[in-house]
Design a protein around this ligand. Structure first.
Ligand code: TYM
Length: 332
């Protein structure tokens, strides 16, 4: 079986619809056809200022959400990054192969650094994409299911894998990005020219999976649209309505064209009301399942302990090869 690997940061109390439609939904679908590794990158989460208690809570919450969304710890390997020290170890080696200019061109770093102010941006934020490359290459992943915003980080990962393999001999599989065609970029409801984002969107722009349905309904009602009346998919001219149609289509598994036909002659208010209902039907049972998982932290810890053991087997084997190839003496 081919292997996939992906991660989602514990930087908010709830995942949002973009995380689910762009990434986690694919992860769930891939559990049986792939040897799947999924993890919570808590090392990445401390590249921006954070509160320790909140991080611990959000990490457990992230695991609970992944299980509630359909990951099954019997069918995939689910773990927390900091439980596998090999991630930070490989990051060092890859950092020594990454050009300073090359790292400086990462657009997510530039955006985040600009938002924080040059003095507050950390070195960890700068090396973030190199750690991400280590995450992927440690597991010899063939594919990495992510949203569109991760494309550049995946390019860097491929470059680093090829560079290492060429210079020191083959140690890494060169991974392919698995980016879904329709839902790879869910937009901010308040600013449909930007992606829905945990760190950059205003609360009104994000549909959080754990929000109460009436909160989401209000956000959908207030979503920015345009001054026409026609419900038509046209991301250039009508980014707001097109984004609502994308979400509607993804959550109902129906074609956008069918939904357009249903709403011929109807107004934006009708579409928004029905979409709020579709979202409510999705999140109601989910919220309940998350609560159930949250109520059993001992079981979550057992899942993570098992995941870490399996992850360390694979990661340790890769790191040993890497160390040997770059000329580190074996221990003992
Ligand atoms: P993160 O935590 O920001 O997002 C998790 C996943 O959700 C996708 N995503 C979206 N998809 C569609 N529309 C959106 N508006 C949207 N917003 C987020 C992301 O593309 C991602 O797939 N750097 C990564 C975490 C990471 C990682 C890794 C991923 C660390 N190491 C190794 C893959 C492999 C991140 O911050 O994702």
């Amino acid at each position: 079986r081919q292997r996939v690997l992906s991660g989602i940061q514990p930087t908010a109390d709830s995942f949002h619809l973009g995380n689910y439609l762009g990434a986690v939904r694919q992860w769930v679908a891939m559990q049986d056809s792939y040897d799947a590794f999924y993890f919570i990158p808590d090392l990445h989460a401390i590249t921006v200022e954070h509160d320790p208690k909140t991080l611990a809570d959000r990490t457990r919450n992230a695991v609970a959400q992944l299980l509630a969304l359909g990951l099954d710890a019997e069918r995939c390997t689910l773990f927390v990054q900091s439980h596998v020290p090999e991630h930070a170890q490989l990051e060092w080696v890859l950092g020594c192969l990454t050009g300073f200019g090359e790292a400086s061109r990462m657009t997510q770093f530039k955006d985040k650094a600009a938002r924080q102010g040059a003095d507050r941006a950390t070195v960890g934020l700068f090396t973030y994409p190199i750690l991400q490359a280590a995450d992927i290459l440690l597991y010899q992943a063939d594919g990495v299911p992510v949203g569109e915003d991760q494309r550049q980080h995946l390019e860097l990962t491929r470059d680093l894998a090829q560079r290492f393999n060429t210079r020191f001999g083959k140690a890494f599989t060169v991974p392919e990005p698995f980016i879904p065609s329709g839902n790879a970029k869910i937009q901010d409801l308040q600013d449909p020219s930007a992606k829905m984002s945990k760190s950059a969107s205003s609360p009104a722009g994000i549909i959080e999976l754990l929000d109460e349905p009436k909160v989401s309904a209000k956000k959908i009602r207030s979503a920015v649209t345009d001054t026409e009346r026609e419900i038509r998919f046209d991301p250039e001219a009508k980014p707001g309505i097109s984004n609502l149609l994308t979400i509607y289509s993804a959550l109902t598994d129906r074609k956008v064209s069918e939904i357009e036909a249903d709403y011929a002659g109807k107004g934006y208010g009708d579409l928004k009301k029905d979409l709020a209902e579709v979202v409510a039907q999705f999140v109601e049972p989910l919220r309940e399942r998350v609560r159930t998982y949250r109520d059993d932290p001992a079981e979550l810890d057992r899942v993570l302990a098992r995941g870490a053991t399996r992850a360390r087997e694979v990661a340790g084997a890769t790191l040993a090869v890497v160390h040997e190839k770059i000329g580190f003496l074996p221990p003992t």
